[in-house]
Design a protein. Structure first.
Length: 268
C-alpha cells in the first residue's frame, strides 16, 4: 500500500463522509427522542397501525409488538432508512473512488506511474474501508448516546450494537458490489444505476417475499433476509454469524474485483 497515495485518496473523500456522518447523527437525533414520546402514547399508535395496509407495515418492519419495545421504533422504520441510506452512501463513495477516476482518466495516469495496479487497488480499498468504518463508528456512538440521553424505558444495549453491525455489513456488501460494477462499466452513472437497482430488488424483494407466497423465493437472494430487524428486536437475537458470512462474501467479491482491476484494460 502507498501511504502518500492513501492520504491523497482520503483528502478526496473525507468531506463527503463527514457530511454523511452528520446526516446519520441528525437522523438518529430525530428518531430516538421521538421513539420515547411514541412509547408514552403507545395506545394511540397501535390504533393507527391496525388501520395500515399489511404490505406497508412489512416494508418498514412495523408490527404491534415492535412498537411496545424501546428498540422497536428506531429498529424498524429508522433502521430501514439507515439500510437504504447506507447502501446509497457506499455506492456513491465507490463511484467517487473508482468510477469517477475512470471517467476523468486519472486512474489511467496513476496506473502508468511507478505504482503497480495491485498497490493502487489496495490503497483504494483501504480508503473505502476507512470511510465506511468512520461513518459506522459515528452512527453507532450516536445511537448509544441518544438512547442513554433520551430513552426513559429499559432497553437492551446489545441490540443497539447490532444495529451498528448490521449497518456496517450492508455498507460493505454494497460497496463490494459497486466496486465490481465500477471496474466493469468504468462509468459512474452505470455504477449508481445498477447498484441502486440491486438495492431496490433486495430490499423490496425481501418485503414482497414476506407478504406474497408466490414470491417467497426472492428472499434467499436478499442480504436483508439474513439480518432481519424484527426478529432482532422482538426475540433479542443478534445474527452475528449471518453478518460475518455476508462480510466474508463481500470481501470475496473485493478479492475477485482485485484480479479484474489488475487485468482489465482501461477504456479510452
Amino acid at each position: 500500500m502507498n501511504f502518500n497515495l492513501l492520504k491523497k485518496e482520503l483528502k478526496f473523500t473525507y468531506k463527503n463522509t463527514i457530511l454523511w456522518s452528520l446526516l446519520f447523527v441528525l437522523f438518529t437525533g430525530m428518531y430516538i427522542p421521538m421513539s420515547n414520546q411514541i412509547l408514552s402514547q403507545s395506545n394511540n399508535v397501535l390504533e393507527l397501525i391496525n388501520n395500515m395496509p399489511k404490505f406497508l407495515l412489512e416494508s418498514f418492519n412495523f408490527s404491534e409488538q415492535i412498537f411496545t419495545k424501546p428498540e422497536g421504533i428506531f429498529g424498524s422504520e429508522g433502521m430501514s432508512f439507515v439500510y437504504l441510506l447506507g447502501a446509497v452512501f457506499s455506492a456513491m463513495l465507490v463511484g467517487k473512488v473508482f468510477a469517477d477516476e475512470y471517467e476523468k482518466g486519472t486512474i489511467e495516469y496513476l496506473s502508468v506511474k511507478p505504482i503497480s495496479r495491485s498497490t493502487l487497488y489496495i490503497t483504494k480499498f483501504t480508503n473505502i474501508m476507512i470511510n465506511i468504518l468512520f461513518l459506522n463508528i459515528i452512527f453507532t456512538l450516536s445511537v448509544v448516546s441518544m438512547y442513554a440521553i433520551f430513552m426513559e424505558y429499559e432497553y437492551n444495549p446489545e441490540i443497539l450494537l447490532a444495529f451498528g453491525i448490521y449497518s456496517l455489513t450492508v455498507q460493505i456488501f454494497f460497496s463490494s458490489i459497486s466496486v465490481i460494477i465500477s471496474i466493469l462499466t468504468q462509468n459512474n452513472s452505470s455504477n449508481l444505476g445498477i447498484s441502486l437497482s440491486i438495492l431496490i430488488f433486495m430490499y423490496f424483494g425481501d418485503t414482497m417475499a414476506k407478504t406474497i407466497e408466490a414470491t417467497s423465493w426472492i428472499k434467499y437472494f436478499s442480504i436483508f433476509n439474513y439480518i432481519p430487524l424484527m426478529e432482532t428486536v422482538l426475540e433479542e437475537k443478534i445474527f452475528w454469524v449471518n453478518s460475518l458470512i455476508i462480510l466474508l462474501i463481500s470481501f470475496g467479491i473485493y478479492y475477485f474485483s482485485y484480479y479484474l482491476f489488475k487485468n482489465k484494460d482501461i477504456n479510452v
